[in-house]
Write a new protein. Structure first.
Length: 719
């Protein structure tokens, strides 16, 4: 082997060595810069500048960096749409639209004026340069995502404004380019309008249906992830065919898929992990490799242009954020967040300057000045966003502490594991019911009794599977394998030992004609604990449901666990992103509205009157195949108990056999029943039963004595 072929030369071309260098930068840049409280995004950009062709020349910005860089940019915009709070966006859409107009027109007016009168460019060049100031890229978005505030109102406002201003900037770019090539006429505008309409129709109507079908049919984690990426890049490519930019398509794909991928779910965890670990850092390193400091400082004119562009781009974005703050009376931290996220220039700016340079509108000074503007704006954006994110997190924590929020007590959810086929749905449902802000673990239990044929191997595998599903969603789970003389008593004893607040259990599979609907184990659980019990049957993945329909009995608001179950249902509706429709008595509806308003769940909800529980039959024509039907029932000794609940098993079997259902028994006051099993004599109250037996014996003795006396009297009368 020739040693000259092994020793690398500059620039490195060995793909293994290139990938190693990139991974080393991704690993150590954040670790080193965190010591100096510098955002790691700046480290990746500076590292790209150092190792790139304009630095030490270690690596060329070849096709691999261009491909991974484009993928990283599209991934960034996709995550922005995926993590956005759609309900908050709809609620504050005016705020987002107004900011979008501010952040587009202010840089356009300011940039055109200064370029025309200060830099002495012609009108077309000045307008195209101003469009570069107007557009921005969410380079600092990973900072927001890392702090967990991607659903904050200021972040949602900025994302909405980003789409408006980028779309406007790209249209101006297309118009200027068309004017230079003589292609602007009525046909151009008609073709653009028709193509955009067709594109939006395909994305809005076909993507949700395809996604719901795929998630129902295939539950393999890898297949779901690849499917999501395929949709993202198909939407991006179709956007290019429609005359738009690919980043618009990636963002739209994120918005459409938003409700199918809950914020706390295994799929979301995988999407964020791959993007933040590989694709997005590749994009940031690629941005740094474009920066050429030698070209900027080669002439005085280039320095003047670079300073001018950096000041105008930063000032115009700050003015737009300031106008937005004053218009909607926002706090200072929101203004800083809006400015920080919207100040960075990268993707659309690069596209505009390269096209302008090819058309002869821009000279080399503008090209080099753009690179410096990208470095300056990305640096400012990262620092401002980092500072604002910390302030916003602190403010949210203080507000949560001071605010009169809904108190549902400690949250400890127990999941009994038995059937391997239902484990995934049970764990995913428990994750959705759980408050994502609370870090208490889930509990999974498998109980074996004397009747069980399991030697412990199947139980261990089932618990490992449950823990794996929870960990893939970044949720901690404690697994419990237990032996007890009876399964129900084993679960109840564990609930007391672990201070469990509620239990999520699968619906019993009816084995024979004499078997009950819920099964003896579930019925024993309901008698043996007063905690909340959710009995579930999922025929499709919960994240694909279109609506949650909740049937609530009269006087449900007087139950101890009323607030708790409303909180859990609201958590699920928020994470799934679907509408919650409550059917309840008018008095109960008043209390439901009060809790949802006080808890600030920000979910889509509707309320329909259900005067009498017997009217629940009308829901057979309302609950659809893709809905989740929640029936709030009650125990026999509870306030809201209705004799019609006894007919619930036959009602569900007859009308909702193929639906997703959850039968929910709220927590209640009172002493728990003492369970008795022939196989477990320890669970019997011997003293109580002995006293009753003695009382029965005395009653029978007295009855026999009276009978003898009555017999003697009759004999005397006969004589």
């Amino acid at each position: 082997m020739n040693i000259e072929n092994i020793i690398p030369t500059l620039p490195f071309t060995n793909p293994v060595l290139i990938f190693f260098i990139v991974l080393t930068i991704i690993l150590f840049a954040p670790l080193l810069l965190n010591r100096f409280r510098i955002p790691h995004i700046i480290g990746l950009i500076i590292a790209g500048m150092i190792i790139g062709p304009h630095g030490f020349g270690l690596l060329e910005r070849d096709s691999s960096f261009q491909i991974f860089g484009n993928v990283g940019l599209l991934y960034l915009m996709f995550l922005a749409g995926l993590e956005m709070d759609i309900n908050d966006f709809k609620k504050n859409k005016t705020q987002g639209i107004v900011f979008g107009l501010y952040t587009f027109f202010i840089p356009m007016i300011l940039g055109t004026t200064i370029s025309y009168y200060t830099l002495h460019f012609n009108l077309e060049t000045s307008i195209l340069l101003a469009s570069m100031y107007a557009s921005h890229t969410l380079v600092a978005y990973p900072i927001v995502s890392r702090y967990g505030i991607s659903r904050a109102t200021s972040v949602t406002t900025t994302i909405a404004g980003t789409i408006i201003t980028v779309l406007g900037a790209l249209i101006i770019l297309a118009v200027i380019a068309g004017m230079q090539q003589g292609e602007i006429n009525e046909i151009f505008w008609i073709r653009l309008l028709i193509s955009i309409t067709i594109y939006c129709t395909i994305i809005i109507y076909s993507f949700p249906r395809i996604t719901r079908w795929f998630f129902k049919k295939y539950d393999d984690n890898v297949s779901q992830y690849i499917f999501v990426l395929a949709l993202v890049f198909s939407a991006s490519f179709m956007a290019q065919l429609a005359g738009l930019e690919a980043i618009i398509g990636a963002f739209f794909a994120g918005v459409v898929l938003n409700r199918f991928i809950p914020a706390v779910s295994p799929l979301m965890n995988r999407i964020e992990f791959v993007g933040n670990a590989l694709f997005i850092p590749y994009f940031l390193i690629g941005v740094g490799m474009l920066i050429n400091l030698h070209g900027v400082f080669s002439s005085t004119e280039a320095i003047i242009v670079a300073i001018n562009m950096s000041i105008v781009a930063t000032a115009s974005k700050w003015i737009a954020a300031w106008f937005t703050q004053k218009t909607f009376k926002l706090p200072k931290v929101d203004r800083n967040m809006i400015f920080g996220l919207s100040n960075a220039q990268a993707a659309a700016t690069l596209a505009a300057v390269l096209i302008g340079y090819d058309l002869g509108l821009f000279n080399s000074n503008v090209l080099n000045g753009t690179v410096i503007m990208i470095l300056v704006t990305c640096t400012i954006s990262s620092f401002v966003t980092e500072k604002a994110a910390r302030e916003l997190v602190t403010k949210q924590q203080q507000d949560d502490y001071l605010k009169d929020k809904i108190d549902t007590g400690e949250e400890r959810i127990l999941i009994p594991i038995a059937n391997p086929d239902t484990i995934e749905n049970l764990v995913n449902l428990a994750i959705l019911l759980k408050n994502p802000k609370k870090k208490t673990p889930l509990y999974a239990i498998n109980v074996t009794d004397d009747k069980s044929q399991d030697n412990g191997f199947n139980a261990k595998n089932a618990l490992q599977k449950a823990a794996k599903i929870a960990s893939s969603a970044d949720v901690e789970m404690e697994t419990i394998a237990r032996y007890d003389m009876n399964i129900a008593s084993g679960i109840i004893h564990t609930m007391k030992e672990k201070n469990i607040s509620e239990i999520v259990i699968g619906l019993h599979h009816k084995a024979n004609i004499v078997d009950s609907f819920f099964g003896t184990k579930t019925e024993s659980l309901l008698k043996g604990t007063n905690k909340m019990v959710a009995i579930t049957k999922c025929t499709i993945p919960v994240n694909t449901v279109t609506r949650i329909v909740i049937a609530v009995p009269e006087k449900a608001e007087f139950e101890t666990g009323f607030v708790k179950w409303v909180d859990r249902v609201a958590n699920m509706a928020k994470q799934v992103g679907c509408r919650a429709i409550f059917y309840a008595h008018p008095n109960t509806i008043i209390q439901l509205k009060a809790i949802l308003r006080k808890g600030k769940y920000n979910i889509r909800n509707e309320f329909e009157i259900l005067d009498n529980w017997e009217d629940i039959l009308m829901l057979t024509g309302i609950v659809l195949q893709d809905d989740l039907f929640i029936i709030v029932s009650a125990r026999h000794t509870s306030v809201s108990y209705n004799t019609e609940f006894d007919k619930l098993p036959s009602f569900l079997s007859k009308y909702f056999a193929g639906n997703n259902i959850v039968v929910l028994y709220p927590e209640q006051f009172g002493k728990e029943s003492q369970l008795s099993f022939f196989s477990d004599p320890r669970s019997m109250d011997v003293q109580r039963d002995y006293t009753r037996f003695i009382g029965l014996r005395l009653f029978l003795e007295n009855l026999l004595k009276k009978k003898k006396r009555w017999g003697h009297r009759n004999q005397k009368k006969d004589k």
